[in-house]
Design a protein around this ligand. Structure first.
Ligand SMILES: Cc1cc2nc3c(=O)[nH]c(=O)nc-3n(C[C@H](O)[C@H](O)[C@H](O)COP(=O)(O)OP(=O)(O)OC[C@H]3O[C@@H](n4cnc5c(N)ncnc54)[C@H](O)[C@@H]3O)c2cc1C
Ligand code: FES
Length: 278
């Protein structure tokens, strides 16, 4: 550490982590399990994200999918551009830079004793899985756990084996749907909002946690308003273009909110004056 930074660690300096497991979840999403090279587990809470980097290529925010109750750090990376393409080529033993964790967390304390309803669309299951696993590892702290999962098509479904195990449990309810019918699928067909009437009676007293593609929020929020869920009981996990992740560059700004610091998890009632957010 040099004199000019007055003893403060460099906020842009990543720690190194090593890939200990990797597998494709579908054609575009890569699951990674990482161990920090420091030997210490990263101290994070469900809902937070990390800035993931590869030297000479770039850096991007990626949600944490594991729960702090487990060892190591789990991420899911969709192959969309230069950095994510390079990450997809990495193998077990290769290294990634990790900055963070950053951002707000799911309301893990406030949610204690309450029923939880997770509404997940596509890759939105990735950060929600962190809180789902956390709640399952602290099962007696929470009331009912209901998970609604919507995926565009059969082949894009994430965490299939884990979802099958969740569906076998008697202490949670997991309903899944796909947008388009498929020969191998005899479950619900339709967007994720088609599952909401099946759990409508559970909604009014529950905390509802939503993460999915931008279009999904609009329709889910209409359904929740019809079911008279108070806006204070709804949490949304938003994604915006980010660069620094630490409130310095302004890339993620929506009016007076910085998604990297005020979010990505927002209580919906706090966004009442920020209609651009949804
Ligand atoms: C809080 C947060 C959490 C995220 N979590 C995950 C995650 O768990 N897994 C994951 O795969 N990705 C996640 N992302 C998105 C990821 O950071 C971007 O896709 C990133 O730009 C990929 O870097 P790249 O260099 O590969 O692609 P780039 O070269 O930056 O971009 C490739 C393409 O994707 C588009 N794009 C990039 N970012 C966004 C965005 N935020 N919204 C809409 N379009 C975009 C670009 O316009 C371009 O067409 C998250 C983003 C945020 C803000
Ligand atoms: S990403 Fe830089 S201010 Fe939010």
């Amino acid at each position: 550490m040099c004199e000019c930074c007055s003893g403060h660690p460099d906020i842009y300096l990543p720690q190194m982590a090593t890939i200990t497991k990797r597998r494709m979840l579908n054609g575009t999403e890569l699951f990674l399990h990482l161990e920090m090279d420091s030997g210490e587990d990263l101290q994070y809470k469900p809902g937070q994200f990390v800035e993931v980097s590869l030297a000479g290529i770039g850096e991007a925010p990626i949600s944490i999918s594991s729960s702090p109750t487990q060892k190591g750090l789990e991420l899911v990376v969709r192959n969309v551009g230069s950095l994510t393409k390079a990450i997809h080529k990495l193998q077990v033993g290769d290294k990634l830079g990790i900055r963070g964790p950053y951002g707000t967390t799911y309301p893990i304390e406030e949610a204690k004793g309450k029923d939880l309803v997770f509404i997940c669309g596509g890759i939105g299951l990735v950060p929600q899985r962190s809180f789902i696993r956390y709640a399952l590892d602290h099962r007696s702290d929470y009331g009912k756990i209901i998970v609604l999962i919507g995926t565009k098509c059969y082949s894009m479904r994430l965490f299939r084996e884990e979802i099958a195990l969740w569906q076998e449990r008697r202490d949670m309810t997991v309903l899944e749907t796909i947008d388009e019918a498929h020969d191998c699928w005899d479950g619900n067909v339709g967007v994720v909002t088609t599952l909401i009437p099946k759990i409508e009676n559970e909604l009014p007293g529950s905390l509802v946690l939503i993460c999915g593609p931008p279009i999904m929020y609009k329709f889910v929020l209409i359904s929740l308003a019809e079911a008279q869920v108070p806006e204070e009981n709804i949490y949304v996990n938003l994604e915006r273009r980010m660069k620094c992740g630490v409130g310095k560059c302004g890339h993620c700004q929506i009016n007076d909110k910085y998604v990297c610091q005020d979010g990505p998890v927002f209580r919906y009632s706090d966004l009442a004056l920020v209609p651009e957010a949804i």
